[in-house]
Each structure stands twice: as structure tokens, then as C-alpha cells.
Design a protein around this ligand. Sequence first.
Ligand code: HEM
Length: 230
Amino acid sequence: MSSSAAPVVNAEYMAEIERARRDLRALISSKNCAPIMLRLAWHDAGTYDKKTKTGGPNGSIRFPEEYSHDSNKGIKIAIDLLEPIKQKHPNITYADLYQLAGVVAVEVTGGPTIDFVPGRRDSSVCPEAGRLPDAKQGASHLRDVFYRMGLSDKDTVALSGGHTLGEEAFFRDYAESHKKLSELGFTPSRSTSCKSCDKPKMLMQAAAGVAVAAAVAAWAYLCESKKTMG
Ligand code: HEM
């Protein structure tokens, strides 16, 4: 398994993370590229398989073998936009940088503040294609994929709010589920305090403009009615 060592998360690393955060804010605002940054973070993390402990937020999406998967069409744009920030902050792992970009993308577009814990190691092992959900398949496929990652129905529904970036339509608990997504298979070497975990402002809101979000919302409704019925 070709994984580099975990970065040492000390005060210096944390300070570098804060500098990179500022650079990411500037980049994402000036290039108006929040959606693709969030998509990059999600596609790096969303390959996680909790049984085999493979995939996940490990920066492997930077390799052509992975970013050329059909599901990753267009994602190279985000990888290239982030490369100058990686060059400027070389100690920060790709894995941390991509997840930080996802967190910043949500924040700069008015979404909830997400607690970010650094320390992910980079991997050069790319998962096989087909681990991310396929929009053409139904609810049971979505459920299988998110369960494989170790995420719950509630996380799936909350995270689907990622499609409504900038529309003030985040689900309640989005920040919590996003944090889980960004930490799949990653155990921080030390816990950092949650300085700015604001409760997400938005209440549950269905009706996303995207078919995927609508499908997930319908599914959540069905789950809820089943519960009510007994
Ligand atoms: C529930 C399963 C999901 C499916 C089936 C799905 C599918 C898709 C599809 C088909 C697109 C359009 C891609 C394109 O423009 O070619 C898309 C875009 C996007 N997805 Fe998802 N997605 C899912 C979950 C998520 C999650 C969990 C997040 C983030 C938390 C997310 C964030 C995004 C974003 C931000 C875009 C817009 C990217 C852009 O405009 O550049 N998606 N998704």
C-alpha cells in the first residue's frame, strides 16, 4: 500500500492550514469555483470502503488513473486550480488540502461552518472506477454506496444538500455529516477543539433544483412515512 506518512500536526502545520484557508477563500471567491471544489472534496472522500479501508479522502484523485474515471469528468479543473496553493504550502498534504477546499467552498457560499481536523495522509493507490454513486440508479444503490462508506441515511440526505450550494438550502446537520465525509477512514492523531462549529443556520428543506437532491429527498420522505406507519 503506497501511503505517505501522516503529516505531523503541530502548531506550525495548523498555522499553515490557516494560511492555506485564506488563500482558498481568495481563490474560490475570485474564480467563483465553489461547486467544483466541493465536488473534488466529495469525490476524493466518497470512494471510501469501510470494509477494506481503501479509498477515502487521501488525495489519490490527483492521479490521472482516478480523475479520468467517468464520474470525475471536469474534476481536473479543480485539481489544477489547487496546485499553486499546494506549491505555496508544500507541507500540507493533498488529502488535507482537498478537504479544506471543500469546507471553504461551503463556507464562502453562505453555508454552515464545518469543523476541519487536519492530518490526512496522501495515498498513490487509486480505487477502481464505480465507487461513487451513479445518478441513473435508484435509492437502493445510493443507500448501498453510502453504507459502504460508513455513512447513514441521515448523512446521505444532509449531504445531498451539497447540490444546492449558494442557495441557502442546506439540510439541518449538514455540517456534521460533511465532517464525517471528510474524515472517512481518518483518525486524527490528536483532537483539535471545535472552535467554530456553528449550528447550521438552515432548517430541513427539500426541493433541490437538481434531480439527485430531489430523489434523495423523496427517499427520505419514504423512510419517514415508513417510520410513522409503524
Ligand atoms: C447522493 C449521491 C450523488 C449523486 C448521484 C451525485 C451526482 C451528481 C451529478 C450527476 C452531478 C452533475 C455532474 C456534471 O455536471 O457533469 C453532480 C454535481 C455536483 N455534486 Fe453531486 N452527487 C451526489 C452526491 C453529492 C454530494 C454528497 C456532494 C457534496 C457534499 C455533491 C456535490 C456536488 C456538486 C457541488 C456538484 C456541482 C459541481 C459543479 O457544478 O461543478 N454531490 N452530482
